[in-house]
Write a protein of this length. Structure first.
Length: 326
């Protein structure tokens, strides 16, 4: 019986493409082995139906459509790998310090592209590495909970797929043992004040990538690029999410009814938070939000929870303190 590839044989690596060289050669690859639970990023190419009338009722051969690269990486929110994900999500960043470092990520005009490589294991020999080029983060979803590790889902779109025998980087930075923050490291400010009644939150930050207009007719010399994305521009950055809290008053309910502007800050901090090893912090600051109007649900005799959806506008900042020079 053939020796089946297992998930435990695999790894994923990210390497940023050169500036201005979308889906192009990376002159000096700097790879990062990323922690993940699952990776559903894959390439697909549909067939276009052939309705030409031939002899009889038999159909003709279909033609091939465009290549679409997309899917999600599900993993943990750790202090080192988070820096790579946020750099890819938002663009470059302001860095201060000589170690530890403070990295401040803000909304850039566009976001960088990268190659994402799956290592499918040595059993596949010369085709063990599957590389997706021209990839960008479409959206990043963060799930914050009172207990357990904090998780992240990175939704990716890209341009091309190739199999080969070589890794993007033979000596990558290895973040696979990145220790995630857990629920005991989480603190929340609402309207500028600490609240102690929230028990869960979720946050989706989307680049709203232009997935459709990037397909072009290439030059004949570049005919191998036919059917693949040549551009993947970021549009408005949008922020949506939800906050679940014990129902102790009607303050959040009233904010939704009256369309009152508020703010949210989610802070993950281990130890002192100064950025040294074991003392890392991440602050997600949404200075302007509004809640959707809704009411609490009475589902039984237990204590009531109130779940409020929100939408951010006008800005977003992520500040990471760690020991890595990104």
């Amino acid at each position: 019986m053939p020796d089946q590839v297992k998930g435990t044989d695999t790894a994923i690596m990210l390497a940023f493409e050169d500036a201005g060289d979308y889906n192009g050669t990376i002159d000096t690859p700097a790879g990062y082995l990323m922690p993940f639970d699952s990776c559903g990023v894959l390439a697909s190419q549909s067939n276009s139906e052939n309705n030409t009338i031939l002899s009889g009722r038999h159909k003709g051969k279909p033609s091939r459509g465009n290549v679409d690269v997309g899917g999600s990486v599900v993993g943990l929110l750790g202090p080192n790998s988070a820096g790579i994900w946020f750099k890819a999500l938002m663009g470059d960043h302001a860095k201060t310090g000589t170690g530890p470092f403070e990295h401040v990520f803000t909304v850039a005009d566009d976001v960088p592209s990268f190659a994402l490589q799956k290592d499918l294991g040595s059993k596949l020999g010369a085709t063990r590495f599957e590389t997706f080029g021209g990839a960008k983060i479409a959206s990043l979803d963060i799930n914050l909970t009172q207990e357990g590790r904090q998780s992240v889902t990175v939704n990716v779109k890209g341009a091309s797929q190739v199999f080969g025998a070589a890794a993007l980087d033979a000596s990558p930075v290895d973040y696979r043992l990145d220790e995630p923050w857990d629920g005991l490291n989480l603190f929340i400010k609402e309207g500028g004040a600490q609240i102690g009644v929230a028990n869960a939150a979720n946050l989706s930050i989307s680049n709203n990538l232009d997935e459709s207009t990037g397909y072009t007719i290439p030059k004949e010399a570049d005919k191998l690029k036919a059917g693949t994305r040549q551009s993947l521009s970021a549009q408005f950055l949008t922020i949506t999410g939800g906050l679940t809290a014990l129902l102790t008053d009607t303050v959040l309910i009233q904010k939704g009814i009256d369309n009152i502007e508020s703010s949210l800050e989610f802070k993950l901090v281990r130890g002192t938070g100064d950025g040294t090893v074991g003392n890392e912090s991440l602050v997600l600051d949404i200075p302007n939000i509004v809640y959707e109007r809704t009411s609490p649900d009475i589902s039984g005799p237990a204590g009531l929870l109130f779940a409020a959806n929100f939408e951010g506008f006008g800005g977003f900042t992520a500040t990471l303190n760690n020991s890595e020079d990104l």
